[in-house]
Design a protein around this ligand. Structure first.
Ligand code: FAD
Length: 458
């Protein structure tokens, strides 16, 4: 059996793994990157990118359907799903080629095949042993289901949903979190009759309560049905459809049911625990430096408890490489990680929700301001509703920003700088925001919270 030695051996070539590989190579470390499928992982092939391409096609469908409202004569004749998929796959292929080119231009040894941890510093792939002074575990996540709910036939996950070459007439979406609302939004725009079932009291339950409420209002207006606060009991499949039953006895039928109840860590059978890596319900436990319980073994991405987001994985990968290289990077502040839900409307948030801020600092010690997009010229041009909500510590910095409306995801860059740099509203208010942009709404909200509203009543 051949032995291969590196400074860093990385298991999994998704967002966390390939970021660790690229940064390690930049820092002059020798790197092996082991991937059993395609570099880029879930985000590039089955997650972020393909879903956002579908959402863009969905937006084009909506704009065409509503064209007359803007004085344009156009008719939406239909959705050519194979052509939509071709457009989506073209984007993924182009990015995949770019990524493989980037990785192969660096001193990174890419190993194809499924790896298994066989010693504290070794991964075995196809009978070859890859030993690292350091290991990085980054094997990602899979679509979860509920106990007793079998995936198959007309009961599908997001992976299957992305493979459909037709627009379903009627769909039940089980789960009103990020992935559930994104698919609900896409299908509704394509003409599907959609019903979301969410056991918690609101849609997007991890967001600020006012954002969840606004999302429900927007979805109701779009004709997306949803049932919240009642648990799913079971589903029956027939040759033509599915019938989902809730614990209160209510039933919903559809052509398909999408199960979008979260993602679990992909760690089973890879030898982690056998080699001393401490785990909790399948997740790999790390300290704030992303080191596991085994010296020199790190973990990144969705297998580490916390937000399952690609940009968190990228940042963790970069952090680990820098830690290995002895640069002593500052630990990543999980609260400062921006989140975007890319439906129509979009949600973008960073920092504490109002409830969390009140719990942390006391309701009397925070101030909250909501700027309605009704006062923002560009939002009116686009015909979107929504708001920018700011939370500050009294006489202190902004600690939470929550936005809802078309395209607000594009505003998250400034929002995350404000929260992470602990800016005061007075400081942001002195910066000029271009007119007419949706970004101006963020400026207006800070002007108002600084006590000098311009296009706002309070
Ligand atoms: C539908 C959907 C939409 C999403 N949209 C967004 C979004 O818009 N924005 C966002 O930030 N996040 C989004 N995500 C989440 C994002 O995709 C993940 O957070 C991200 O991919 C996690 O990166 P990772 O490196 O931990 O794992 P992954 O990307 O899953 O990569 C893990 C890699 O490891 C490989 N692997 C696993 N086991 C082995 C083994 N034993 N040997 C060799 N290789 C192995 C896998 O093949 C895979 O390529 C979305 C996810 C889904 C499902």
């Amino acid at each position: 059996m051949a032995e291969h030695n590196f400074d860093v051996v990385i298991l999994g070539g998704g967002s966390g793994g390939y970021a660790a590989a690229l940064r390690s190579a930049q820092l002059g470390l020798s790197v092996a990157l082991i991937e059993r499928d395609k570099l880029g992982g879930t985000c590039l092939h089955r997650g972020c990118i393909p879903t956002k391409a579908l959402l863009h096609s969905a937006e084009v469908a909506d704009v065409t359907r509503d064209a007359a409202a803007f004085g344009i004569q156009a008719t939406l004749q239909g959705i050519d799903m194979p052509a939509v998929n071709k457009y989506r796959d073209g984007i993924v292929d182009k990015l995949f080629k770019g990524l493989t080119g980037l990785v192969s231009s660096k001193a990174i040894t890419v190993v194809s095949g499924e790896g298994r941890m066989t010693a504290q510093k070794s991964i075995t792939v196809n009978g070859e042993v890859y030993t690292g002074k350091n290991l990085v575990l980054a094997t990602g996540s899979f679509s979860r289901t509920l106990p007793g709910l079998e995936i198959g036939g007309r009961v599908i996950t997001s992976e299957h949903a992305l493979q459909l070459d037709f627009v379903p007439s009627k769909v039940i979406v089980l789960g009103g979190g990020v992935i559930g609302v994104e698919f609900a939004s896409i299908w509704k725009s394509f003409g599907t009759d959609v019903t979301i079932i969410e056991g918690l009291p609101t849609l997007v339950p991890n967001e600020d309560a006012s954002v969840s409420k606004a999302m429900e209002r927007a979805f109701r207006k779009r004709g997306i049905n949803f049932k919240t606060g009642v648990r799913f009991q079971g589903v029956q499949q027939s040759a033509t459809g599915v019938v989902a039953t809730l614990e209160n006895g209510e039933q919903f039928d559809g052509e398909l049911m999408l199960v979008a109840v979260g993602r679990g860590p992909n760690t089973a059978g890879f030898g982690y625990e056998e080699n001393g890596v401490k785990m909790d319900r399948g997740y790999v436990l790390t300290n704030e430096r992303l080191q596991t319980s085994v010296d020199g073994v790190y973990a990144a991405g969705d297998i580490v408890p916390g937000l399952q987001l690609a940009h968190r994985g990228f940042q963790q990968g970069i952090f680990i490489a820098e830690d290995i290289a002895g640069l002593r990077p500052a630990p990543i502040d999980e609260l400062g990680i921006p989140k975007v839900t890319y439906s129509e409307p979009e949600i973008a948030s960073v920092g504490l929700t109002e409830a969390k801020a009140a719990e942390t600092y006391g309701q009397d010690n925070i101030s909250v301001y909501e700027y309605n997009l009704g006062g923002n010229g560009k939002s009116q041009i686009l015909g979107t509703a929504g708001f920018v909500k700011l939370i500050r510590r009294n006489n202190g910095p902004i600690i939470g920003i929550h936005m809802i409306g078309s395209r607000v995801g594009e505003q998250i860059g400034e929002a995350q700088l404000i929260v992470n740099w602990e800016a005061f509203p007075e400081e942001v208010a002195s910066l000029v925001h271009a007119h007419p942009t949706m970004n101006e709404a963020l400026g207006e909200a800070h002007l108002a919270l600084a006590g000098k509203p311009l296009h706002a009543h309070a």
